[in-house]
Write a protein that binds this ligand. Structure first.
Ligand code: FAD
Length: 540
């Protein structure tokens, strides 16, 4: 697509990095007319993300792209921490898949970005404008106009109902909005080197807290390996990228570094920074434009994908007339605090990794070794429970009182077990569809709903799912439903039974991003939907 003097669209996404491209794919799935603009013509091929988590794979699944991504992904890769003497003191290997995917997986960012770009070709209503830089922005109560400059200097305008600024850490959109980026830049730089022809037999990600030079060594797909080395004060970035210096760094870890094929190398400075606002009028900031964190928790892009999943269904709901424009403000309420907790986790991990004084490193090792011997702490580490999960309390959720010992559900991501549909096994999200869903366990979830409630669900494009116990028999499978299009599935892994068994409701209302909006009963569903409707600002 080339820029006409004025192009009009529903959503303009600035930045076709992973977060912008994911947002455009999700908007494409919702049927929203979208223009994705990037000043570059090629995908960035620096050494960047290698860790993709379970939530992000669920988002790829929602975008219909999990299969091409998994083709270049090693699933279920452990993370090991090594002390100053090279002894492993923590082995993080979570084995659960509550969201349908493993928690730690290793991929290569540019390959996943290629899958995202290819995914856009499915949508005639999504257009990509490469080689075009956004240089100006003006907004009124109704629309946003972007000033766009092509590589040959030609100027054009792009008018959109909403703009998503996913234009990276040095975001032009953020600057044009005048939104400050709060936080710190770390004094130490790191050199990151990706090699083909992996010479090591170490199928994990290793964080080596070695005070002589802290480093990361990670197993990657297709026989690649990554090293990240900390630079000391006075070491020059340019010098450290010289082939002889890279060989010297690698020579401490492999026998014949000269045989390694270096495919990417770059020096980075780390930041722990958060935009003071994520939403300004009709403009939303997402991904690195909204938050920057050191890479130790492998969460920069994953956090950006959470943003994309959160904001795209909300924009679609507003643009399809299913919610009031005020819904967009809940994006900041839901996402900003969680992004801050990911920045904090990443910063803390950097503090564990980076000490270079031997005495400090030894003291750290003693404390961590003692702590991780305690069974509670050990399982907290091994199961990766230190990773903060999003808990949406103020946004599009219907909070409910729950008994003290009952686990929280509202505002949390719902589980994704396998279910059986007409004798075929499927992941739950395939059954839920891409919009809202009402799911009942061993009950007709909409059995107590009045006609107005049913009409609202129909207008939302919601799907109704009734879950029956595993091998419950024909009587349960064929039971009469109030909503004729109800999908009936079997809980083949008995995981939905376990989930509902410890909670006081048997019906959940699920948002398009698979967060629980409400936990209720068939009798309470009408009132839960009324509150939800009010929180979405939808017309009754
Ligand atoms: C060494 C390293 C390791 C990492 N490891 C991980 C990891 O394991 N897991 C993880 O989740 N994250 C990791 N990250 C972070 C991850 O790479 C970033 O968070 C991610 O790339 C951010 O994506 P984005 O789409 O927000 O921004 P970007 O990828 O920076 O994309 C922004 C896009 O906007 C375009 N753009 C900028 N300005 C304009 C403009 N004015 N007009 C038009 N286009 C514009 C740019 O050309 C670019 O294509 C790592 C990062 C580094 C450096």
């Amino acid at each position: 697509m080339s820029a006409d003097p004025e192009v009009v669209t529903q959503v303009a996404v600035v930045g076709a990095g992973p977060v912008g491209a994911m947002t455009a794919n999700l908007l494409g799935c919702y049927g929203i007319e979208t223009v994705l603009v990037d000043r570059a013509t090629e995908i960035v091929d620096y050494p960047r993300a290698i860790g993709v988590d379970d939530e992000a794979l669920r988002t790829f699944q929602a975008a219909g792209l999990v299969e091409p991504v998994l083709a270049d992904t090693i699933q279920n890769v452990p993370l090991r921490f090594f002390d100053a003497r090279g002894r492993c003191f923590a082995d993080v290997r979570p084995t659960t898949r509550e969201y349908g995917w493993y928690r730690r997986n290793v991929f290569v960012q540019p390959q996943a970005e290629r899958a995202l770009r290819a995914g856009l070709e499915r949508f005639p209503h999504v257009h990509t404008l490469l080689g075009h830089e956004v240089v100006g922005l003006a907004q009124t109560g109704d629309a946003v106009t972007l000033d766009v400059r092509a590589a040959d200097g030609t100027r054009s305008r792009l008018r959109a109902d909403y703009v998503v600024g996913a234009d990276g850490g040095r975001s032009t959109v953020r600057e044009l909005l005048g939104v400050p980026l709060e936080g710190d830049t770390h004094p130490r730089r790191w050199v990151v080197v990706d090699c083909a022809n992996d010479p090591l037999d170490a199928p994990f990600t290793g964080l080596h807290c070695d005070p002589r030079r802290p480093y990361v060594c990670a197993h990657m797909p297709h026989d690649h390996r990554r090293w990240e080395f900390m630079l000391f004060p006075g070491e020059d970035s340019g010098d450290m990228l010289a082939p002889s210096k890279i060989l010297e760094l690698l020579g401490h870890h492999v026998e014949r570094p000269e045989e390694l094929e270096v495919v990417r190398a770059r020096v980075y400075t780390h930041h722990s920074r958060l935009a003071s606002r994520f939403v300004v009028g009709r403009v939303l900031l997402a991904g690195d434009a909204a938050h920057l964190m050191p890479p130790w928790a492998g969460q920069g892009m994953n956090t950006g994908f959470r943003d994309a999943a959160n904001l795209s269904w909300k924009l679609a709901a507003c643009l399809l007339g299913r919610a009031a424009p005020g819904l967009v403000a809940t994006y900041e309420a839901e996402r900003r605090d969680h992004a801050r907790s990911m920045i904090d986790l990443s910063t803390r991990l950097g503090r564990i990794l980076s000490p270079t004084r031997t005495s400090t490193a030894r003291a750290r090792d003693v404390v961590l070794r003692a702590a991780t011997v305690a069974p509670g702490v050990r399982s907290w580490v091994v199961e990766m429970r230190f990773k903060p999960v999003p808990r949406y309390e103020d946004g599009v959720v219907v909070p409910a009182r729950r008994p003290r010992r009952e686990p929280a559900s509202v505002g949390r991501m719902f589980i994704q077990p396998d279910v059986e549909l007409d004798g075929r096994c499927a992941k739950l999200d395939e059954v839920l569809g891409s919009g809202f869903a009402v799911l009942g366990f061993e009950c007709d979830p909409v059995g107590g709903l009045d006609q107005a409630g049913l009409d609202w669900l129909a207008g939302l494009g919601a799907r109704v799912v009734r879950v029956v116990e595993s091998r419950a028999g024909e009587r349960h499978l064929r039971a009469e439903q109030r909503w004729p299009a109800t999908v009936v599935v079997e809980d083949v892994e008995s995981l939905l039974r376990a989930w509902f068994a410890v909670r006081t409701g048997n019906v959940v209302v699920l948002r398009p991003d698979r967060y629980v909006a409400a936990l209720t009963t068939p009798q309470g569903l009408g009132s839960a939907l009324a509150t939800l409707r009010q929180r979405m600002g939808a017309a009754s």
